[in-house]
Design a protein around this ligand. Structure first.
Ligand code: GAP
Length: 466
């Protein structure tokens, strides 16, 4: 869970927020109206980065022949959330200052005075901890020591749907994509292509009425999850759980995350649905925090949906002649937290040819732009025409190619370094003579001459090898 933490790398988050806005990765939601807390909009480079993240994750799931893909609705029957336990059990500990009426998360206030609380604690337990520490707790806004009782505030976001306003029903926006998977588990099983053990993987939006959305992309009210539920027999579940934990940690190598920046953390207080739960944490600028959860959910969810819907969700195992409700191993990671991690991990400042530069050292497979094509001079029509031809041909095979003819070459390099483009291709006068171009490597700044014919395979190999 998120804690109030001092920044380990002071200023880094601000630098990333400013770079991503300046270069068109991420914008504050509803910015021209003063912003809308907990929402962010993806700009052109953010969309490209997001797609890379989703594709990489989906590909890792599709490497298993027993994992099916799903895309379920955001609007689901209210019963789904009653059955899942979210209506009563999915909340944050809210406390209000009696003097200035500002609302806070109780665990965040406790964290400021060094008391570790947990959002998964029961309401009674967090009240006990809060009461023990009342004399030390000041309101961060008005400074008074006058807080009310801690109450559980539902995280489910609501909306209304219906034919006539007076009959409109309050509905929930999904708080996790997982429930869409549980309620479709039987449909996928009955399609005839899968049998226990098998998994269902889904990428989609989730919504939470967070009391204090913050830390940029880390805690949003509207965010995207990449979740996989693996349905397995109770006996095989513990082994499958270990295998999935191993696989999920190994996965982050494919994203090029620096060594030592990821670690495991077991949950001390289990959320209502879990039998066991571990987080993969990343060392964000504000400290070690949850990137992904790998949970053992037992038969809780299918059992609840069977009870509430009356539909038989058990599985008959022909081999063992036994009927049971499958157990579930869940892997759940946010697209937004993955992107924040990629930005933090890739951000660097160095000096090249006596000039300071900001650089995003994305692995080429993750970079939103794979290569930029420049004509050496913008006003030489032969160079521009040749560069355009190369650009168009490359783009047919590798769509994430950018055209850049703005400013001198040095400025173009710096701009591309700042967005993490691994290769810059310059078309110069030699190109017109011998059909070769210079390819400049982002990290070393070194240039090599490559024939136009080989460019496509050169870039594809580099991206694949990364
Ligand atoms: N289905 C299980 C589940 O939803 P969770 O730990 O509440 O578990 C899973 O969320 C993942 O979703 C987290 O590890 C995180 O990556 C992402 N996530 C959760 N809340 C988020 C928020 N408010 N903003 C951005 N990402 C969030």
């Amino acid at each position: 869970m998120e804690k109030v933490k001092k920044e380990k790398q002071p200023g880094l988050l601000d630098k990333i927020v400013s770079l991503t806005k300046r270069r068109g990765f991420v914008f504050q939601g509803s910015e021209i109206y003063g912003g809308f807390a907990g929402t962010y909009d993806w700009g052109p480079l953010g969309v490209a980065l997001r797609r890379n993240v989703v594709e990489q994750w989906t590909h890792s799931m599709q490497m298993h022949d027993n994992i099916a893909l799903l895309d379920s609705s955001i609007f689901t029957a209210a019963k789904v959330w009653e059955a899942s336990g979210h209506v009563t059990g999915f909340s944050d500990p809210l406390v209000v200052c009696n003097a200035c009426h500002t609302k806070f998360r109780a665990d965040h206030l406790l964290e400021v005075i060094g008391v570790v609380a947990d959002e998964k604690m029961t309401e009674a337990r967090i009240n006990e901890v809060f009461d023990e520490n009342r004399p030390k707790l000041h309101c961060p806004v008005c400074g008074k020591k006058d807080f009310g009782r801690v109450t559980a505030k539902s995280l489910l976001a609501t909306s209304t749907l219906g034919k006539f306003e007076e009959e409109d029903k309050e509905v929930y926006l999904r708080g996790e994509t997982a429930q869409g998977i549980f309620i479709n588990y039987k449909n996928v099983l009955d399609s005839g292509f899968y049998s226990i053990p098998f998994g269902i993987a889904q990428v989609g939006k989730a919504f939470r009425n967070e009391i204090s959305p913050r830390q940029f992309l880390f805690r949003k009210r509207e965010f995207e999850q990449m979740e996989m539920q693996y349905f397995v027999s109770p006996e095989e579940a513990p082994v499958a759980y270990e295998e999935w934990r191993k696989e999920r940690m190994a996965y982050y190598e494919t994203l090029g995350i620096k060594e030592g920046k990821l670690r495991w953390k077991q949950h001390e207080n289990l959320v209502f649905y879990a039998k066991d739960a571990w987080d993969i944490q990343y060392e964000y600028p504000f400290g070690w925090s949850e990137l992904e959860g790998v949970h053992y959910r037992g038969d809780y969810d299918l059992g609840q949906h069977q009870k509430f819907s009356g539909v038989d969700l058990s599985f008959y195992d022909e081999d063992t002649k036994r009927r049971y409700i499958p157990h579930v191993i869940e892997t759940s990671v946010g697209v937004d937290r993955t992107i924040l991690m990629l930005l933090v991990d890739a951000y660097d400042e160095d000096e090249m040819n006596g000039e300071k530069r900001v650089i995003l050292r994305f692995k080429p497979n993750m970079a939103p732009v794979k290569a930029a094509v420049f004509p050496l001079l913008k006003n030489k029509s032969e160079l521009v025409a040749k560069a355009r031809e190369i650009y168009t041909n490359l783009k047919k095979e590798i769509p994430q190619i950018m055209w850049d003819d703005n400013g001198n070459i040095g400025k173009r390099y710096r701009r591309q370094d700042e967005i993490g483009t691994p290769y810059c291709i310059t078309v110069d006068f030699d190109t017109l003579e011998n059909d070769s171009v210079t390819v400049r490597d982002r990290d070393s700044g070194e240039q090599e001459r490559i024939s136009i014919q080989e460019l496509n395979s050169f870039l594809s190999d580099k991206i694949k090898a990364s």
